[in-house]
Design a protein around this ligand. Structure first.
Ligand SMILES: [Zn+2]
Length: 396
């Protein structure tokens, strides 16, 4: 048994406890969390730390299979430019791919990440996930802009999903984004999601180009599909509405949904979301460092806070981020939005992520019976409870 105390304990789902004590089994299973009322008395066998304790982080959005593209793509080229590089580079240097994924997995573990919602287009990441100590849910991403590709794209995604499930790794078929998935493919994914009540994850409003593509069919997305990929877009009829409207028309409201990025989401979109979804199974995943990398723009976080939406955090891939660390995403958010409390950030990075991935029975909070991982964060301002650029995480 271990008894661990720190200056503050953030339980994940509840406000922080000053000088609290976490009691757990040696394997990390929580036995109790004690509120000392701030008055900690000396006692035998107590591990005491200066800093804060938080549960293991949940990375709600990653692409492990792009790990070999670290440092290969120039920053701030916009989504159209970024996708062009991904398309050119992703299938090169095959021998490094496996090694890069294992290294990224190791990096995440040491950054205190215990669970990951990982988007995959193939089963390339299967071996890295099979031997990992991190809990993965794989979103097997189907895409196909041409209606004629729907059947093939869907069957392949189903096949990849079955490969993961064969090794007891949880997986679900999911659409990439509203601009890369035809209505025909969306309908197939919808049917399956309803039948299996699976979790869905969709890239949402990551760029201004996405808005333009739905408004009038112009912009960087249209150029990417037509000029770079050489795909005929003559069948595309812009809806004149928001891309989120298109996405929501295909996503059953019964299914848990992770909307990823939301960089250009508007107040009207939030209204729409509230009309069309249950808020308790809807999650907005923010990947601020990837947003700065690709678009140099951050999502309207206070709009989501005011709307009482469930916010989670993700790193996106090493193609669009310098590291895979939820703490770094929290630091970036607090730096750009000083009004966000540390309590909120921990809730987003632990508890909401676990809820979004449907694993809050084990992860996300310090509650008896759970085994959520224990992280010590040091190098923060303990008076104001703010992270600093020097904040670090250590897995206890
Ligand atoms: Zn992504």
């Amino acid at each position: 048994m271990r008894k661990i105390s720190a200056t503050w304990i953030f339980p994940g789902n509840l406000p922080p406890l000053k000088n609290g004590i976490l009691i757990c089994e040696n394997d990390g299973t929580v036995i109790d969390l004690i509120d000392t009322g701030g008055k900690l008395r000396e006692q035998a066998g107590l591990e005491q730390y200066s800093g804060i304790l938080v549960p293991g982080f949940v990375n709600a959005h990653c692409h492990l299979e792009l790990s070999h593209l670290k440092g290969k793509i120039p920053e701030k080229k916009g989504l159209g430019g970024f996708l062009g590089f991904i398309n050119k580079l992703r299938n090169l240097e095959e021998e490094d791919v496996e090694e890069a994924m294992k290294k990224a997995d190791f990096t995440m573990k040491h950054a205190g990440i215990v669970a990951v919602g990982d988007v995959s287009n193939s089963y390339a990441s299967l071996e890295a996930k099979r031997i990992s100590q991190i809990k993965y849910h794989t979103f097997v991403e189907a895409f196909g802009f041409l209606p004629s590709r729907a059947e093939k794209a869907f069957l392949f995604a189903e096949f990849v999903e079955s490969m993961f499930r064969e090794f007891d790794l949880s997986a679900s078929v999911t659409p990439h984004s509203p601009y890369s998935v035809s209505k025909e493919l969306f309908l197939k994914i919808r049917k399956r999601a309803l039948a299996e009540n699976t979790i869905l994850s969709v890239h949402n409003q990551e760029s201004r180009d996405e808005l333009a593509f739905f408004k009038d069919g112009n912009g960087g997305i249209s150029r990417h599909i037509h000029e770079i990929l050489g795909i005929d877009i003559s069948h595309w009829q812009p809806t004149g509405k928001s891309s989120l409207d298109f996405t929501l028309s295909f996503i059953p409201k019964e299914n848990p949904l992770l909307l990823v990025h939301n960089t250009f989401t508007s107040p009207e979109d939030i209204q729409l979301l509230k009309q069309q979804r249950h808020l308790e199974n809807t999650f907005l995943v923010l990947c601020p460092n990837a947003n700065l990398f690709i678009e140099n723009k951050l999502p309207p976080v206070s709009l989501f806070q005011k709307g009482n939406l469930n916010i989670c955090l993700g790193t996106d891939s090493l193609a669009s981020n310098h590291t895979l660390s939820i703490l770094q995403e929290m630091i970036t958010l607090q730096h750009h939005f000083p009004g966000i409390s540390l309590h909120e950030l921990v809730k987003w990075g632990c508890w909401n992520g676990a809820r979004g991935l449907g694993i809050s029975d084990r992860f996300g909070s310090f509650e008896p019976g759970k085994k959520p991982g224990i992280n010590l964060i040091t190098g923060l301002d303990l008076k104001s409870l703010n992270l600093t650029l020097k904040s670090k995480v250590k897995v206890l």
